[in-house]
Design a binder for this molecule. Structure first.
Ligand code: PCA
Length: 215
């Protein structure tokens, strides 16, 4: 049995309800295709995420660590390619802290690539009619920070790590007076579950699947 940790985030200034946290809660305890999934909801707190991630990884020794978060305005699910060693927060975190141009890890590499099989995940999403793409920027806020920390941990462990970004849920968007891109929570749950199963079970090199962008 393989072990996958899926994290989501709790609420923060921009999102009073965070679908990534709801999915992490709902997916906790799922067993499928020889994979056991542990869900964990992280606070949107720059000061808290590192210790929480390290503790969970030490406790469970997972094969895969997938961080998930919401991205208002995005139209599809995204497998993020790269985490950068920068915290340049557009809004404060839940502790009221807003870092400007600080490193996630002092003296860490400028960036880490996701070690999830992002193209195999993209193919599996396409096969399930889930609107999705490979994104080349995870921003410079908590999701990027946590993604970077996950990759940093994975760099010295037999563990894959990466970030899946999701849009707002359609229930949330339906309550908005102005139109916002969204997907059904069930679709995003399926996307995260698929990413977890593919990441745990894909063997060998990633697929060669065209998913680049001009900008
Ligand atoms: N999304 C934010 C942080 C928490 C979340 O769910 C981000 O994309 O950085």
């Amino acid at each position: 049995m393989k072990t996958v940790i899926v994290t989501g985030f709790g609420p923060y200034l921009e999102e009073a309800q965070n679908p990534s946290g709801a999915i992490a809660q709902a997916i906790h305890g799922t067993e499928k295709d020889g994979v056991r999934i542990h869900g964990l909801v992280l606070p949107v707190s720059a000061g808290a995420v590192r210790a929480l991630l390290e503790e969970e990884v030490r406790r469970l020794r997972p094969d895969v660590l997938i961080v998930t978060g919401v991205t208002r305005g995005r139209v599809a699910v995204a497998a993020e390619r790269v985490a950068v060693n920068v915290m340049d927060f557009p809004i404060p975190d839940v502790d009221g802290r807003a870092f400007i141009d600080e490193a996630v890890i002092d003296d860490g590499p400028a960036a880490y690539f996701s070690t999830l099989p992002i193209k195999a995940i993209l193919q599996a999403w396409r096969d399930r009619d889930i609107p999705a793409y490979v994104s080349n920027t995870a921003g410079t806020y908590l999701c990027n920070q946590t993604f970077y920390l996950a990759c940093h941990l994975a760099s010295s462990l037999p563990m894959r790590a990466g970030l899946v970004h999701i849009p707002l849920s359609s229930a949330h968007a339906a309550a908005s007076p102005t139109p916002i891109p969204s997907l059904a929570l069930e679709t995003m749950y399926e996307a995260v579950l698929t990413a977890a199963l593919i990441s745990a079970n894909h063997e060998g090199a990633d697929l060669k699947l065209q998913a680049g962008m001009t900008c």
